[in-house]
Write a protein that binds this ligand. Structure first.
Ligand code: GLY
Ligand code: MN
Ligand code: MN
Length: 445
């Protein structure tokens, strides 16, 4: 993977060291997770560690030590020809100093002895507790040692903080390098969805649609899907994170595809809902039109000075108006919004931040007030309506219909740019693309 510019990483670390004061931040590589017996899940580097160092190998620990002598200390796994024969080359502690711009580098085996000393002079430690298979025991021991030793001199850590207290806010505002990666992720994601539109027809397996989406992601430079690809046909579309993908698509089904490519560790996250036959039924189309209007209104609300809550409110207002027009809800739109009467049909939020993580960090509210949007914030817009099996009352005639439409947008100086706009949402265009794909597959025989 193309590395991040060293100057950019150094500037980020500088900002963190400044914010640390006398604190010390310890960032560990993501653990290797076992999938079964002696096979492993494919490795996904830790987002915070990558953001500050560019390091992507497991068994790496970065320590940013504030105080009188601020420095960046890196612990790396040692070279091991026998292991490298199986899993590929390691950077090793010797080369790591230059590669990552560290002031000091050591073999990981020295972490246990060096960490207590690094923590001793700090007044607080930033370390994320509760991760599986991590160094937690070692860090807590080092912390206990540093706390007891420090008291002799009136120093030593008195607080344990989450690194997100500093990093989440930095990661919320994307710089140009990040935006380039997000654009690449958006392009690969759109390519995956085009492959889905080409594949969907009655009689195809949800799994086959998943396969075509993920193959296109990889062809377009993704390392992996950023999350489990969702292909929900018929009433499976009503389950928000349905990932079984084992049903055959039937004539008359809507198919909801929610999938995103991860490119250079940045993510896309897009949903389209399309008619398997290439033609929306009347009730399906009525629901689709409401969700599409909500998406348009929500994107329009994503501008500097607006708020992330305002984006949600814009979507909810249109969805509720639509639910009234469809005869599902009765009453004034204002009252129905106030009473959250839409919740059975729209149980989730409209947006989440997106970046290195699909659900990227960053506060959505401050002191009870929704976050004001600023240029460089990137988030999803994903309204939906779901009429789950068993729904009763006036909604019953829509039973089994689930529609979500999701794009990824970036706030700009002028407003908001839809990064995934190249993938159509207009129902006629969606219908045409599905019909064309089905025609081609008939032509192939
Ligand atoms: N695909 C997960 C989400 O839309 O948040
Ligand atoms: Mn999604
Ligand atoms: Mn999403």
């Amino acid at each position: 993977m193309e590395g991040l510019p060293p100057g950019l990483l150094a500037a980020r670390r500088e900002a963190v060291l400044e914010a640390l004061g006398r604190g010390v931040m310890v960032l560990a590589a993501a653990p290797i997770l076992r999938r079964s017996r002696d096979t492993e899940h494919s490795y996904r580097p830790d987002s915070d560690l990558f953001y500050l160092t560019g390091a992507t190998e497991p068994h790496t620990v970065a320590v940013l030590a504030g105080g009188d002598e601020p420095r960046f200390v890196l612990f790396a796994q040692e070279r091991d020809p026998a292991a490298e024969l199986w899993t590929g080359e390691r950077v090793g502690p010797e080369a790591a100093a230059e590669r990552f711009g560290a002031d000091e580098t050591y073999p990981l085996a020295e972490l246990e002895a060096r960490l207590p000393v690094l923590l001793r002079e700090s007044d607080r430690v930033y370390y994320r507790l509760g991760r599986v298979g991590d160094l937690e025991g070692m860090v807590l021991e080092a912390l206990a040692y540093a706390r007891s030793r420090g008291q002799r001199k009136g120093i030593g850590p008195r607080a344990l903080m989450d690194p997100g207290a500093i990093l989440d806010e930095m990661r919320l505002l994307k710089d140009e390098v990040e935006l380039r990666r997000l654009r690449s992720a958006a392009e690969a994601t759109v390519a995956g969805h085009r492959a889905a539109l080409d594949t969907i027809r009655p009689g195809v397996g949800e799994w086959a649609v998943q396969a075509s989406v993920e193959a296109a992601f990889l062809r377009e430079g993704a390392t992996a899907p950023g999350f489990g690809t969702i292909v929900g046909s018929g009433s499976n579309a009503c389950f928000l994170h349905y990932v079984d993908n084992r049903k055959m698509v039937a004539e008359g089904d809507l198919v909801l595809v929610d999938a995103g490519a991860e490119v250079a560790l940045y993510n896309g996250d897009v949903t389209r809902t399309v008619p398997a036959s290439g033609r929306f039924g009347d009730l399906q189309r009525a629901v689709y039109d409401v969700v599409e209007r909500a998406r348009t209104a929500a994107v329009a609300a994503g501008r500097p000075g607006g708020s992330i809550g305002g984006v949600h409110d814009a979507a909810v207002a249109v969805l509720v108006e639509g639910l009234v027009a469809l005869g599902v809800l009765t009453g004034s739109v204002e009252d129905l919004v106030e009473q959250e009467a839409y919740k059975p049909f729209y149980p989730h939020q409209t947006s989440h931040w997106i970046g290195l993580d699909v659900h990227d960090p960053g506060d959505y509210a401050r002191e009870g007030t929704s976050r004001t949007l600023e240029p460089g914030m990137v988030f999803t817009v994903e309204p939906g309506l779901y009429f789950r099996p068993g729904v009763d009352g006036p909604a019953a005639r829509f039973e089994g219909i689930g529609v979500r439409i999701e794009d990824d947008v970036v706030v700009t100086e002028a407003g908001c740019e839809n990064l995934t706009a190249a993938l159509p949402t207009a129902p006629e265009e969606i219908e045409a693309l599905v019909a064309e794909g089905a025609g081609r597959s008939r032509g192939r025989g």
